[in-house]
Design a protein around this ligand. Sequence first.
Ligand code: GCW
Length: 668
Amino acid sequence: PAWLPGESSRHLGGRRVYIDAHGPLVDTVRSEFTRAMAAHGGRFVDVITDAEIVVILVTEPMAPNPAHADVAAVREAAAAAEASPLTPEGYILARRDSVTAIVAATDHGALYGVLDLMRNGEPAPGVRREQPAHPIRMLDHWDNMTVHPVMGAVERGYAGDSIFFTDGEVRRDLDRVARYARLLAAVGINRVAINNVNVHRTEALLLTDKLPDVARVADVFRSWGIRLHLSVNFASPVLLGGLESADPLLPEVAEWWREATDRVYDAIPDFGGYVVKADSEGQPGPFSYGRSHAEGANPLAAALAPHDGIVHWRAFVYNHHQDWRDRSTDRAKAAFGHFVPLDGQFADNVVLQVKHGPIDFQTREPVSPVIGALTHTNVAVELQVTQEYTGQQKHVCYLGPAWSEILRFRFAGETDGARPVADLATGGFVAVSNVGTDHFLTGHPLAQANLYAFGRLSWEPLADPLRILDEWIGATFPDADDHARAVIHSILDSSWATYEKYTAPLGVGFMVSSRDHYGPDVDGYEYSRWGTYHFADRDGVGVDRTQATGTGFAGQYPSPWRERYESLAECPDDLLLFFHHVPYDHVLKSGSTVIQHIYDTHTEGVQDVLRSQAAWAGLSNRIDSATHERVTTLLVEQVRSAGDWRDQIQTYFFRKSGVADATGRPHY
Ligand code: GCW
């Protein structure tokens, strides 16, 4: 049940409820109440003055309903809605005396208001307005229909099999999807792409032959206000349509997309649109035909436009056949080079989906300069809830603080009026889901916090991630006492910083096993074709991305970041090795040398995990035993793995540099 345990329906179920609202999502609201009432003895009432919970829609022009005026909470909420109109998904919660009023302009807003009540319990007296910062809040699943020989059922999935597919088909039983949809709606997610962006042969068929089954999934999501999207293969006209070419400028190709898209809408009238990974890591794309990515995206957009559909076009395009000896090619620079020259050429219903960093969901990266540079293109920031590079849901790693730093980053520096990334995401927020068939939904029970935080941050991007964490703890562990809540908070709040301490240092990234991206292998990617290097030698480590002597990547930022990143003296410590190649005795702003920092943080990181393990052990009688046991087992693995990271990194750098540890710790 994650953050909607049985307990959460208590606030709804024991009350007298008056609903004056209509629409499909109000039906969902009614069934939530009905279910809760069966357990807790409440009932619907016909007269507003008899009610303890009132759900009403106020629309423009407001129909004066004299009865509403008799109830203070309703009167105040309606007045607030009149003073400043509600956006379609927004709602107002007001509480006066013993009455809670939920006022919205649409059934979607009403649903969100009721779910807010479930997550947070009764609101404090007064009036609170909630509305999402952006209309698009989306999760991408990297789910395959069959078990891929290398990637498994879910690419980079760490929570079991796909909840949507099994044995090459859409699952018959979609019960788990329904429960998932309910959880997502409760944190404001309103769009889900159900299949992997790497679209293999079987999955390509979702667009055509498998449509009736896709429609069943869409039906489930629809009752929670969530629109379904599909990842599509750019070569579909060839793969599925039997055309000779998928050249986007050929009229027959555009026509194929139009017809295929019309058929999708016949089956799924509120279909959300397409997600496309093109010309990336072996996927087909417009480059094969000498076309730009705008030329590639626009015919798909034209097919979707009459139906209010969107193309999410991914900016994750780079040369994955690099030669490590070539120091001028820089994967970090690729997306900017491909997409910034096309600014303004994408159709209005194209959203360019940009990974938050220039490389690939590393524990620490600078914010992708592409996000700041596109001013005439809809941009969505893509985050990764699935913990590919952050412990794979075996390690505790609460990513709220990491995402929050990204969303608060200002390309123009800290000057007045500089807009944060949160405001530049004109195309909203997208993240890769971390959910599967696992009993706890996310493998690690504490990884649920990341899914929760993504939803809440996509609704309110500048919210405090630690407040969100407390919200999640309160909703998920309603029976936990203050001590238990404080312990869970302490284990999660700095877990990202801890993870960073024992893995790749100072923003250099990777150093993971190239087989599965889990666990340390300092040179695992060093001489490979993927363009992710740390360049450690006997004298120093790091990637020179300066304009003066390096790849020039720092020059993709506007001032003041361009100068800050360029300058060895000004570059923030935590990104030092992302931007500079420095000798081991380089002195950091912290006062430590690079080599001593590496030794110290790796020892500290493991100590942090041991402290979390001890703290968790103390909760054995305060948390349900299944959750407690699962986390206990995973913490054993986290301690082991963190120790492995520490030993391998310390040993590697001791051997490379020959510099002894100033604290006298032995290295081998
Ligand atoms: O991080 C990398 C992953 C790939 C993934 C790719 C992408 C779906 O290792 O598994 O492919 O990114 O984002 O497209």
